[in-house]
Design a protein around this ligand. Structure first.
Ligand SMILES: [Zn+2]
Length: 295
């Protein structure tokens, strides 16, 4: 990513590597069915969550002197609804290059079309990575039928970000809204990392109930990182905090999962954790800045 524009890292409070543009200002639609959206609101906030479009997110993050990686999840096949358009998110990022870093999302079930979209989104919009959600998109990441998609991402030296661990999507619905948890086991990502050496991978979230697996994969595979989004730091397991402070201090990244969790709440709770002073800036911004080629 040699063409990434360089930033003034000192004036930056944080880089949030995990935010969702969940509503399109063009179509007015979200990437989830209304039923799943309501269930996610209850799970994360016990209240209705405001979901701003990408352009509004730029103002929100600029106010806080933060940058944010922003994406949608294309689950067209499983949800039966069109995603927030990648192009709209990329355009918002192009309009706000000091704040927003665009990732794309492709539906893994779309085969060659998905591969072509990877190429197109990198060439036309210079997206820096791709978000995958094995539960919502209903696929096993290590199935070789999806490997051409990773191959395309690797060719462009972009990042593949995978949801791992339990998901709030479908939580407390009958049958979890039909969503299967097992697909988000980090051990499937271990296979992908082994088969694509050099591909930069972010495993998103504390990977409950497979936290040890996630720590093992990130320790063993050079180019696999962990983002801490989706959970209040108050609930981080002790081994995650221990690894973040030591062995994995260069590979753990701040992420909120906005709008489900706000960066303000996440950071306030993170401040109460026993993290070394030398490690804090790495997690909040330095590790991400290096990974994203911003410094
Ligand atoms: Zn996410």
């Amino acid at each position: 990513m040699a063409d990434a524009h360089k930033i003034d890292i000192d004036s930056l409070v944080a880089i949030d590597v995990h935010t969702h543009a969940e509503v399109s200002e063009v179509t007015g639609c979200g990437a989830l069915s209304p039923e799943l959206q309501e269930a996610a609101d209850q799970y994360f906030a016990k209240a209705h969550i405001h979901r701003p479009p990408a352009s509004e997110m730029a103002a929100y993050y600029r106010e806080r002197k933060m940058m944010a990686v922003v994406f949608t999840v294309d689950a067209t096949t499983t949800m039966g609804v069109a995603p927030v358009p990648n192009d709209e998110i990329a355009q918002a990022a192009a309009d706000n290059p000091d704040v927003l870093i665009p990732f794309g999302s492709v539906d893994p079930h779309m085969g060659k079309y998905a591969v072509n979209q990877v190429h197109r989104l990198v060439r036309e919009h210079d997206v820096k990575g791709f978000k995958f959600h094995p539960n919502v998109q209903n696929f096993f990441p290590n199935d070789p039928q999806y490997y051409p998609i990773y191959q395309a991402i690797a060719e462009h030296d972009r990042i593949a970000l995978f949801h791992t661990g339990q998901t709030g999507i479908g939580a407390a619905l009958p049958g979890g809204g039909g969503i299967k948890l097992r697909m988000a086991n980090p051990m499937y990502i271990d296979d992908v990392a082994a088969d694509f050496p050099g591909l930069k991978i972010i495993m998103a979230h504390p990977a409950f109930p497979w936290q040890d697996e996630a720590l093992a994969v990130a320790t063993h595979k050079r180019d696999v990182y962990i983002d801490l989004s989706g959970w209040s730091p108050k609930y981080f397991p002790p081994n995650l905090i221990r690894y973040a402070n030591t062995l994995l201090q260069d590979k753990v990244l701040f992420g909120s999962d906005f709008p489900l969790i706000t960066p303000d709440r996440w950071i306030a709770d993170f401040e109460t954790l026993d993290i070394k002073d030398t490690v804090r800036p790495k997690i909040m911004k330095l590790n991400a800045a290096k990974l994203l080629g911003l410094i």
